[in-house]
Design a binder for this molecule. Structure first.
Ligand code: AQP
Length: 336
């Protein structure tokens, strides 16, 4: 692809935290959409490792998860030549813009963030300032690249809204510095629920039995889905409010098989929960197999992964610098 063609494409940014084993929730809600959109946009897919520090991590594990996520991005179908797959901490402009934007973000709006409230409950011994200002770092990630579109799952929608507010506030003061980004989300698949508690979203930092990781073995997948919480009824119907467990399994089946929810419900008409779990298991194992095969090849070649991360961080950095310089100038920082 020629440089001219790349430049005319609108910009897409999104990221995933290397904060645990990447789940089918992350995949269905976000990464799969990255793959669908990757040719229509100039894409930046970040491994947002700075975000992962808001919760205490084992350093060696965080490093390992970072490399694994880079390999997984590629194994899921992203193109490391065309798409900028890079580590957030390798482009220091993310942290630099965060400071500026934090001076344009209000304590009141940050305290309304539901993720902050939820994470403060699960990490009550470590409610740090980073957890509170997480959305500002996310706004910087996005605004740094003049991003037009941000594909995310439903849990990140509120952070996108605050990003838009910060961009509009800044633009109102200094002129059109930032593009105001739009969220991209598939309503039906934007929130995959936990297998053990379908009233909560599936999360990579929850207990292992509650999620399926993209790298789980077929035996693990079978075991976890067999134990997935359903209800005491026997009827297979899509009703997220009254039948969250069954509806979640229908959503997973529909997302991975490509059949609509309606067609999936028809397909299971007259069958039992055992059949539903068995067929969901088959479709999950089948969908993850090519990803796992490719991942297992890629992860052997750390030099290749490192090369991609380095090359793409340089490319991302040069775009980021342009925005940051403009911002510094606008707010009145003395430039040499
Ligand atoms: N359950 C989900 N269903 C649909 N989409 C989801 N996403 C996360 N969980 C689901 C989307 O995946 C992308 C990457 O998420 P993230 O790594 O930035 O962090 P998160 O949103 O906080 O996801 P987790 O899995 O719950 O991570 P931890 O446990 O570390 O907090 C995002 O687009 C997200 O919306």
């Amino acid at each position: 692809m020629t440089e001219t063609k790349i430049k005319t494409k609108p910009i897409l940014f999104s990221g995933v935290q290397p904060s645990g084993a990447i789940t089918i929730g992350n995949y269905i809600g976000a990464i799969r959409n990255f793959v669908l959109l990757k040719d229509s946009y100039r894409c930046l897919f970040s491994i947002v490792d700075l975000h992962a520090l808001t919760v205490r991590r084992e350093p060696a594990l965080l490093r390992r998860r970072t490399v694994e996520l880079a390999a997984l991005y590629i194994a899921c179908g992203l193109d490391p030549e065309e798409n900028l797959i890079y580590c957030q901490s390798h482009v220091p402009e993310h942290a630099e813009l965060t400071w500026i934007l934090s001076c344009y973000t209000y304590m009141g709006e940050l305290s309304r963030m539901t993720q902050f409230k939820a994470k403060s409950e699960t990490n009550s011994d470590n409610i740090n300032a980073g957890l509170f200002t997480y959305p500002v770092l996310m706004a910087a990630d996005i605004l740094l690249y003049q991003t037009q579109i941000v594909p995310v799952g439903a849990d990140q929608k509120q952070h996108l809204e605050i990003t838009r507010d910060i961009a509009q506030r800044f633009n109102a003061l200094y002129g059109d510095v930032f593009v105001v980004p739009e969220v991209y989300m598939h309503k039906e698949t934007a929130k995959i629920m936990s297998l053990s508690d379908p009233s909560r979203k599936m999360s990579k930092s929850d207990p292992e039995e509650s999620y399926i990781s993209l790298l789980d073995s077929p035996d693990d997948i079978r075991r976890k889905l067999k134990r997935a919480v359903t209800d005491s009824d026997t009827n297979i119907a899509f009703d997220p409010e009254n039948k969250p467990g069954v509806s979640n399994l229908i959503t997973i089946y529909s997302a991975l098989s490509g059949d609509s929810v309606e067609k999936t419900v028809k397909h299971f008409n007259g069958k039992g929960y055992g059949d539903l779990k068995k067929e969901v298991t088959e479709v999950v194992i089948e969908s993850l197999k090519p990803i796992q095969d490719r991942f297992n090849e890629l992860i052997k070649d750390k030099q290749y992964i490192n090369g991609i991360l380095k090359y793409n961080a340089e490319r991302a950095g040069s775009i980021a610098q342009r925005t940051l310089r403009k911002v510094y100038k606008k707010v009145g920082l003395y430039q040499l």
